[in-house]
Structure formats: C-alpha cells, structure tokens
Ligand binder design. Sequence first.
Ligand code: GLC
Length: 648
Amino acid sequence: MKFDIACLTLEEKLHLLCGKDWWCLENANGKLPDFRVGDGPSGLRKEIDGTWVSATLMPTLSVVSNTWSREMAFLDGETIANDCVENDVDVLLAPGVNIKRSPLCGRNFEYFSEDPYLAGTLAKEFINGVQKSGIGTSLKHFCLNNSETDRTHTSSEVDERVMREIYTRAFEIALEAKPWTVMCSYNKVNGVYSAENKWLLKDILRDKLHFDGLIVSDWRAVGIFYKAIKASLNLIMPHENDSFDNLLNAYNKGLLTDDEVDYSVQKILDLMEKAVSAVKTIKYTKKERHDNAVKIAEEGIVLLKNDNLLPIIKGTCLVNHPENPLINGGGSASVKTDFKMPDIIELLNKQAKSGAVFEKASHRNCEFILRAHDCDTVIITVNGEIEQETMDRETIKLSNLEEERILQLASANKNVVVVVIGGSAVDMSAWIDSVKAVVFCGYAGEGLNEALANIITGKTCPSGKLSESFPMCIEDTFMKLNHGNGFVNWYNDGVFVGYRYYDKYNLDVLFPFGYGLSYAKFSYTNLKIKKLGDTDFAISYDITNESDFDAKEVSEIYVKDVFASVIRPEKELKAFSKDLIKAHQTKTICCKLDKMAFAYYSIPSKDWYVENGEFIIMVGSSSRDIRLRDTVSINLDESIQYSKVSKY
Ligand code: GLC
C-alpha cells in the first residue's frame, strides 16, 4: 500500500514530524494508519494511561551477548516480537549496540559488548528475529553514548578512525539486517548534538553507512527542531505541546524548506508502508516465550570459576538466594512480567541427581553461617546495586555487606559457590580466592531460577562466555586517563577499548573477554587456512570434547596485523562460532574471513584500507587463551590496495 504525500496538507506533514504523544505517530486526520512504537531490549514495555501491559521478561542483551549465539539472538528478537504483534506495537525500540567503553556505564546491561564485531553480529540477528515477525526495530543510540551520567549535555570528542573502527562499526554490521529505524543518541558528538548533527546523520549514517530508513530522535533529545530535520533526522519524539508550533514557526521563517519537510515525511510514509504491508506472525505461545527466556538465559550464564565443585550432584547444599533477585536493569528497558519465578530450592531438588539435597538458608545470618558449617556445599547469590539508565555506577565492587557475607561463609565452609547477578563487570578481588566456584548470571530475565538450577545440577552444561572484560579493579581501566569533565568526554583511549586496552598495556584482568568455563574439556587441533582471494580466507579447525558431557563451545578468531603503519590493537575479534560437540566427539569448525578482518579505517583516504603484509590468525577459547595460530600474507596490487576497500 502506498501513502501519497501529495494528499497531505502542510499542517498534517508538520504534525507527522513530531509525533502524536509519547508512543504514537499522527495519522493525518485518518489518511494514514495508527502507528505505535514501544520499548525495549529486554521485552515489550507498553503502557496505556499508566497501566503496563504484561510481557515476557527476556534476559537483557548483555546476557544474550554472553551466549555468543547467533541463534539465541535471533530467538530473543523473535520472542519479543510476538508480544509486540499481540499488543499492536509496530516498532520495537531496540537493540542498543553502544560499545561498553567503561564497566561503570549504567546501561551496559542493555548493550552487547566492548567489541563491535560481536555486538554488531548479534544485533543483526536480533533485528532479523524481530523483523521476520513483521515488527520493525530501532537500532540505537547513534552514537558515542557510552556513559549515562551527564548524557544529555556531554560532548563525545573522537576522531573519525576511532569512531568508524569502534563506535559506529557495530551499527555498520547491524545495518546489514536493514532495521526499519535508527535512533540517535542524547549526547553531542564533537560539539554538536547527535539529533542535530548533519555530519553524523547525513555524511556518516546515510552516506557512509548507507542507511536509508527512518532516523528517530531519542526521547526529548532534540533541542532545535528545524535543525534536526535539516540534519537528516526524520521523526522528533515524543510529542510536546510546542512541537508543532516549533516547526511551523521555523517553516514560516524560511528556516525549513518544503523539500526538507517532504524528505522526512516520506521517510515516515515509507515506515508506515513497511508496517502495514508486513506479515505479522505469532510463532510462540506465552508458555513457549517463557521457555525461550529460560533457554537464552541458560546459554548466557557464564561459569567463571569452578574448583571441581559444580555441578552439585551429591551431599547437602545450603542455598541463600533472594526471593526477588534482580532480573533486569532499570529505566526504559523495564518490563512488567506476570510470571512468578518458581522457588529455586524446589527446582534444584527436582533437578538434583540422586544423592544431592538442597536446603533453603535461613534469612538470619548467624543461623545461616552456623548451618553452613554442617553442609557439604553452600551457594550464595549476590545482586550488587541495580544498574540503570541515566546514572553510571560509582564502583564495580559488590557492597561491603555482600563481600563480608561471602568471606564469613568461606570461613564456615570451604565449598562456597557465589552466584553473581549484575549488569556489567564486577570487581571480585576481595573474595574470589576464598571461594571455589563463581557463576555470573547477568540480568537473566524471568527464566533466571530455572536456568540457574539447570546449570547448578548439571542438567545443562554452561556455555556462556564474557562479552566484556572483567578488570581486576576500576583503576585498571581507562578511567585513570582524563576522559572527561561532565561536559566533554575525550575518547583518548582511541581504538584501545576493552580487551584491546588491556592487551595494549599488558594488564592482567580478572576474567578476559571471551572467557567462560564448561563442565566439558575441549582441545583444539588441525588449523587449516585456505586463501580464496585477495583478502578472503577459509579457516577450519577441529575441536574435541574430551569429557562425558555433551556441551557447546564458543571458539573465537582473532587477527593481528604484524606490522602496520598506524597503531593497531594486539588482536581483534573477526569471527566466532558456537557449536554443540557431543561427549568424546570431534567437530570441524569452519569460518570465513573477508577484507574487513584485515582493514583499518584510514582517515586520509576516508575509507577502510587493507595494508599489504603479514597477519596472524589466532583461534582461541578466549581472547587470552589462544589455542591455534598461523600467519597469512596479503599482497594487493598497488592499484587496488589504495582503492576503497568497501567498493570491492
Ligand atoms: C529513553 C531511552 C531510549 C528509549 C526511549 C523511549 O530515554 O534512551 O533507549 O527507547 O527513551 O523510552
């Protein structure tokens, strides 16, 4: 169905540009369909006159990212889309792909990773999952919104190479899924608000990243309306009392031309056409959506430490787990779920292998500690402070009380398992050497208790891996550089973000990017690399599961430019695979590398550029556990070496 812009009056057009209310667009006096958007990345957030619609609370995207599974990312998007279809929401305001530059960022739970390739690849699958069901997405927040405190007035100051290689790269990859919309960020970029930044929205997002969909503002992110429309932003949300007058006055003063108005109106009509012509499908029942939440949580839970204690298959285990553990972060990603999580003790005893008995700990600390003396194993779950939009954390440590309780327990029982719930990295240095096992759940959604019980009892083998580094302490992060003063945020860590940073400065980390334990043991052999073209290679290697457990393994491909004319990271993730390998079986894993595995962004040539020379290909079980490596040479003819790589 085509909506003809010629049928709209100027007034109707200007009303279209600035929304109808907090969530809906105008319908031009009935000439257009009703259209509604809704958050968010952890599930549908829809409120009507203050009443929230119940929806499935999925694991947050940080947990989806810890699955390292394209399949789980797709399933997550598909599942949330079912709630959107049922509740007449046309566009889901997700996924967020902002890079996790600091573990303090309050919204890290909503984002995927510190690595743009992992973040972009999983976001692309999430978008495909949502849009396959006939619902649009909003890839957000474009861009350089990497901290929450002062987000509405801080300017992110960055050079174009750093921006393209790190901060827009995840968007560039995710755009391959053709999200219906992109949402701009609150902050300024190099001094100009994103929403009004023509260099950012037109020159970069449209002309360089080739996005031709609708650009929507973040909510109340626009200061000067006509400047936003002139900068290539198409929809100003939400509607405010003076929105229409704001635009009409600018138009009457000649600050806004008919062509500029029509350009954005047409983007809105195109969006509405997508929505009305999309086939909206509901694939899962409510129960199946919940089961999907459990399945994704299981694959996103990360086993960080295990001194032969898990899975618990025998003896008496005392369990101290909150009645209402944190299962999501705070802010616009909130979701109202009417699912009541089953009691974890009942779940554990139901799943337990014969011989293991799980007992609920008393809430009175002294009895808890006393009882702990007499049990074979103790499990304690710690939450940390809730992480949320609009504010960054002050610390990445647990509270003093929680640290003291862990240490008290460890003095009462030598077999302590700590289950950590949190939206981002946690400094565990005060207590980790005193306990035997650590399980990181992230904010795992309404399926937390079922997923956790399956992991603890061994019904499911853990397969999650960290998609952000866990530093020893916050002082080991770039935070020690002068990175900002509340008004300006200098990205002087450059391309050295996350593991790229810790590698560059040879810093030990508590747990590296890409790290996660299994109950199985995997060996890697037989790396083969076949050159397919100038910069295209086929990589294959074998992984053997040497255990009695059927288990999934994430293998990671990193590339190092041996000698570059610009400073480059020690290694960069350029491919990964998650594969089920049955007990005592060997599987051959195949990946491909293309030009973007080798290129860096050249500011002089304003494009991606592959420099001749040697590159080391590494296959790792984590970024700091490289199992196989080999070297390839690239020797491009001068004529194409300097050509725009992206024009291949
Ligand atoms: C919020 C968030 C954005 C969300 C929007 C609508 O401020 O930044 O992610 O989609 O407003 O709630």
